[in-house]
Structure formats: C-alpha cells, structure tokens
Design a protein around this ligand. Structure first.
Ligand code: ATP
Ligand code: MG
Length: 189
C-alpha cells in the first residue's frame, strides 16, 4: 500500500484491512513515499518521520509491515521502481497488489508506463466517503476500484487540526498522536 502517510490515519488502516480481506492477502506492506511528485505544492514531512509513524501504526498487526524502499531511494518516487524493488524482495512466486487511493491511482496510471506496471501487479484503488468513484478508463482485469465506506478521514484534515490545536485522538492511532506531539509536527501546517 503506497501513500504519503503524513500522518498515517485510521482511514489508511481500515482501507488496508478491507482490501486484504477482499483479496485474501497474506500481508500488506505499507510503503511510505520518498518525495511524492504529486504533492510538490506543499512541504511534506521528513521521510523518516512518515516511515516511523507508519511503523508505529502497523506494529500490532502481524499481517502488516512497512518497507523503506521508497524512503531510501533518492529522488522522486515512481511506482514502477516501488514495484520492481518489492518484486525483487518478495520473489517471483508472490502475487503483488498495489493498493492506493483511487485519486492517486488515476495519476499514476495516467503518468507512468502503465503497460509495464500491469505486468508487475494488480492495482487496487480505494475511495473514501465524499469522493466519487469514476473509472478513468482503466484496462479490464488489472485494476479494481473498491469503495471503503468506513472513515472520511484524510491526512490533510489531521494536519489542519493539529495546526489549530484541535484533537486528533481516535482519527489516528494513539501512538501517532504522541509521536506528532513529541516531534512537534504540523504546528504551522
Ligand atoms: P492528504 O490529505 O495529504 O492527501 P491522504 O489522507 O489522502 O493525505 P495519503 O497518504 O495520500 O493520505 O493516502 C494514500 C492513499 O490512501 C491515497 O491515495 C488516499 O486516497 C487513500 N486514502 C486516504 N484516506 C483514506 C480513507 N479514509 N479511506 C480510504 N482511502 C483513503
Ligand atoms: Mg490524498
């Protein structure tokens, strides 16, 4: 599951759990982006902070893990590199599913070499409440759009709440509230 995770919140965790259930996945590997080119409009938190928050949020689930492949690769993150790295780590016998938001998926598949991407993984686009699912003309069979009705939470809203001194308890795992406080993240967001 690729994302900026700035910060990771319960919407991401529910989406991962739903997709894992739907496709009967053995494991969900969360992959925080390095420098996301889609989000160049604002300052993204340090990769190490986003990586650590993702580790904290997923630590208690034996089927969730976190990969550093995008955080450690210099330069902007391209999904093709993510998938090549993950495929190499997990080996050829593993079926890969690339999970992200339907919004991000449209951008990735419109922008990058879609044919090669589809050779490496099945793509799953999640939507949250308030975001309409519209199929951007994606090829049959290699892409599934899945509505995750549970939680209308976004990282942007979490950052804005922190900046305004509003609570984010229960929108994110407890350890994430504590990590954000400890590191003083999003104070001026
Ligand atoms: P931001 O508000 O900064 O855009 P975000 O909440 O969308 O952050 P990302 O790290 O960009 O978080 O999320 C990765 C992917 O997970 C996104 O493409 C997004 O659409 C999806 N996602 C985020 N929140 C939810 C949610 N509550 N339910 C389902 N999918 C979600
Ligand atoms: Mg988003």
């Amino acid at each position: 599951m690729g994302g900026t995770f700035d910060p990771i919140h319960h919407g991401h965790l529910v989406a991962a759990s739903e997709v894992a259930h739907h496709f009967q996945l053995d494991e969900v590997v969360f992959v925080p982006t390095g420098r996301p080119y889609q989000k160049s409009g604002r300052e993204v938190s340090a990769p190490e902070d986003r990586y650590l928050m993702t580790v904290i949020a997923t630590a208690s689930n034996p089927r969730f893990s976190v990969s550093r492949v995008d955080v450690d690769r210099p330069g902007p993150t391209f999904t093709i590199d993510t998938l090549r790295d993950i495929a190499e780590i997990y080996g050829p016998q593993v079926d890969l599913y690339f999970i992200t938001g339907a919004d991000a998926l449209g951008a990735i598949l419109g922008w990058q070499e879609a044919d090669e991407l589809f050779e490496l993984a099945h793509f799953v686009g999640c939507t949250r409440p308030g975001h309409t699912l519209h199929d951007p003309g994606l090829p049959e069979g290699r892409v599934t759009l899945l509505e995750i009705p549970a939680l209308a939470i976004s990282s942007s809203e979490c950052r804005q709440r922190v900046a305004k001194g509003e609570p984010i308890w229960y929108l994110v795992p407890d350890g994430i509230v504590q990590y954000i406080n400890k590191r003083g993240l999003y104070q001026g967001a």
